[in-house]
Write a protein that binds this ligand. Structure first.
Ligand SMILES: *Cc1c(COP(=O)(O)O)cnc(C)c1O
Length: 383
């Protein structure tokens, strides 16, 4: 049976996060929020386990790095590092607007699209407001909602795919935002074109629909909705994209939202004045001039995605159909146990338990050599 979980503060015993002497207390909502736990860094694993060769397939980073054009632009921009960046990335907005077919005032940049998720919850949620999302999905939605005193309404996926009808049904008079992660992290799945178009049309005007397309450029399926052309007809639609994944700029932190200018105006009020750095802005700009790099990553990734998925299936493991640069697969027993055995062999992956998908492992796709090393280590890690 599908059960919708409302993660309300009211359901949890109120606690106070005390600081120091106990006389200073943080916002009550923070008692119910844990720190985000990222994949382990390579250096830490090398040091702790005494391994010389470690590969990280845990954070969906680009196995092929970034464009050489971005590296050159960053090196050059360092001469101006003493100067604050332009606040709203106008050069990048101009170039991206031409590429995407949206107006410049429909673009807003953030310190990664992760920051924009936080701007949305900060700008739009009052305590007790509800936010509908899939389960499992990107854990940062729930964290940001709870920080703002909102209620995360988690609607179970069906076979790893957003159940858009059930999500529509979960919308109430208290609902302010709905997150659709397409493709979804951690399952890698997409929702169908018609289903998502119908969903966007059905969501009431007073509810913002946030479609997170962090893995947009990796999608090869034809049954995938182009959302940007819907922006004009749907002022409540926000599309999130990033330079962290296929553009390989995760370490520089830059992502963007395509959205109605009025919504952008509201988010501009709550963002930091220099939320994207000079280096991030020029790297993103230069990356847009290297479509060959993006095409190479997309092609290599699609090839490896098929190959690794087939190898996992051949091992008798259920793999979710992925349109991203990672694969989620089911393992016997706990994902954490398998991830730990892989770690001891120098392969860092994410256990599904930390991603809301117990009994699974999420592995990012690496280079063919890295993927082979992962598959080899996995044969020694499954009981
Ligand atoms: C990686 C990721 C992001 C954002 O990454 P940034 O580095 O903050 O741009 C957003 N959403 C999902 C689903 C992701 O997997």
């Amino acid at each position: 049976m599908l059960t919708i979980v409302k993660q309300a503060l009211a359901l949890v015993k109120p606690e106070v996060s005390s600081v120091g002497t106990g006389s200073i207390s943080a916002r009550g909502s923070l008692a119910h929020v844990g720190r985000y736990v990222p994949g382990k860094p390579i250096e830490e694993v090398q040091r702790k386990l005494g391994l010389s060769s470690v590969i990280k397939l845990a954070s969906n980073e680009n196995a092929y790095g970034c464009s050489p054009k971005a590296m050159a632009a960053v090196a050059e921009e360092m001469a101006r590092a003493a100067l604050y960046p332009e606040s709203s990335s106008p050069a990048l907005a101009q170039k991206l607007s031409a590429k995407l077919g949206v107006r410049e005032d429909q673009l807003l940049f953030g310190n990664g699209s992760d920051e924009i998720i936080g701007l949305l919850t900060r700008a739009f949620l009052e305590a007790g407001d509800e936010v509908v999302m899939a389960d499992p999905t990107f854990t940062r939605y729930e964290q940001n909602v709870v920080i703002e005193g909102g209620v995360a309404v988690k609607v179970p996926c069906r076979d790893g795919v957003h159940d858009l009808d059930a999500m529509l049904g979960a919308i109430t008079a208290r609902t302010k935002l709905v997150f659709v992660c397409n493709p979804n992290n951690p399952t890698g799945t997409t929702v169908g074109k018609d289903a998502l178009r119908h969903f966007i049309e059905q969501v009431p005007d007073g509810v913002m629909v946030v479609v997170d397309e962090a893995y947009y450029e990796y999608v090869t399926s034809d049954d995938y909705l182009q959302t940007l052309p819907l922006l004009d007809a749907h002022p409540n639609l926000v599309v999130l994209r990033t330079f962290s994944k296929i553009y390989g700029l995760a370490g520089l932190r830059i992502g963007y939202a395509a959205l109605h200018p009025d919504v952008a105006s509201v988010l501009h009020k709550v963002r930091g004045p220099f939320n994207t750095s000079r280096l991030a802005q020029v790297a993103a700009l230069a990356s847009l001039d290297d479509p060959d790099f993006v095409a190479m990553c997309r092609e290599q990734n699609a090839k490896e995605r098929d190959r690794v998925a087939r190898a996992l299936s051949d091992m008798g493991l259920r793999v979710y159909p992925s349109q991203t640069n990672f694969l989620l697969f089911e393992v016997p027993g706990s994902g954490a146990a398998v991830a730990e055995r892989l770690l001891r062999q120098g392969v860092i992956v994410r256990a599904g338990e930390g991603l809301g998908a117990p009994g699974t492992v999420r592995v990012s796709l690496g280079t063919p050599e890295e993927n082979d090393a992962f598959l080899r280590a996995l044969t020694h890690s499954i009981e």
